[in-house]
Design a protein around this ligand. Sequence first.
Ligand SMILES: Nc1nc2c(ncn2[C@@H]2O[C@H](COP(=O)(O)OP(=O)(O)O)[C@@H](O)[C@H]2O)c(=O)[nH]1
Ligand SMILES: [Mg+2]
Length: 331
Amino acid sequence: MSEPQDAPSPDEGLIVAPIRVGHEKSWLQRLSMGLSRSSQALSEQVASVLVKRTLDQAALDDLETMLIEADLGAAAAARVTSAFAAARFGKEADETEIKESLAEAIAHELLRREGVFDPYPTPAKPYVVLFVGVNGAGKTTTLGKIAADLKKRGAKVLIAAGDTFRAAAIEQLTVWAERAGVPIITKPPGSDAAALAYEAVMKAREDGVNVLLIDTAGRLQNKSGLMDELAKVVRVLKKIDVAYPHETLLILDATVGRNALSQVEIFTQVAGVTGVVMTKLDGTARGGVLIPVAEASKAPIKLIGVGEGIDDLQPFNARAFARSLVGLDAA
Ligand SMILES: Nc1nc2c(ncn2[C@@H]2O[C@H](COP(=O)(O)OP(=O)(O)O)[C@@H](O)[C@H]2O)c(=O)[nH]1
Ligand SMILES: [Mg+2]
């Protein structure tokens, strides 16, 4: 283990968000709380545009516009609108009935895009998980949340601080590792990430680790360099075992909206994404962006982040998501 060489710059703020303790809320409550900005925005629109109105073509056009404004994109907005029309056309409906149909249409979009992240227990030892995505997307935080959860479930976990680009990144991940109570392997800032990944696998094998979580750097301004480095990490892992990495999670920040779509394309090309994690759904009123992302990605959506706390990372459940998004009880 190496000590970080310099302190994080002040503009980076807190390295790790304060932790919330206790399990006073169910995951469904967390989900609906996390999506409340989106569901409030949609609820207001539904109330002003659709309620107590005959659902004719003009109303459907308004619905479609509203869904495009919620970042669903033209194609998905059109499909959701026609599915909604099939249930409600020519009738009047109250707010709950409208939301039920809307949720049903959105869930239908997402059901076949629902995936499961299940690294433990598995026969593979270690089960290798690579975290990719642009800077600030939430890779390190997501990795930390997963590490803590796996540890709690009894897995033997090892973290590799593969974002060797800056000292602060290594330090941030070290805090998460301590918090989760799992060992971390680091190298000094500027070290070769692929070499670190190699060493991490060797150590994981030696120690009988169940799950190896490998963080990576992600810098848009240095796109080709980043992509070369990432491709090299993947190449080195595959050389050890073609099954590695068993899982490559692409972390996307919901607050960047439709910019996430180009990230899906780039990272799928370079790293072969097997699952998508959408973070910061609590930080946007346009959580609907998950729908075009799911449509654009070959890999399914596996996890969503609805807050900074350790319990705010959830398995992706299409129906619960769709219901929460429109402001219905998710259950
Ligand atoms: N509100 C909210 N913030 C998040 C979520 N996931 C990550 N963050 C925050 O996003 C910021 C960037 O996360 P980080 O893990 O450092 O991103 P990285 O550069 O991809 O490793 C941090 O301040 C995190 O606390 C989430 O689901 N909700
Ligand atoms: Mg990071």
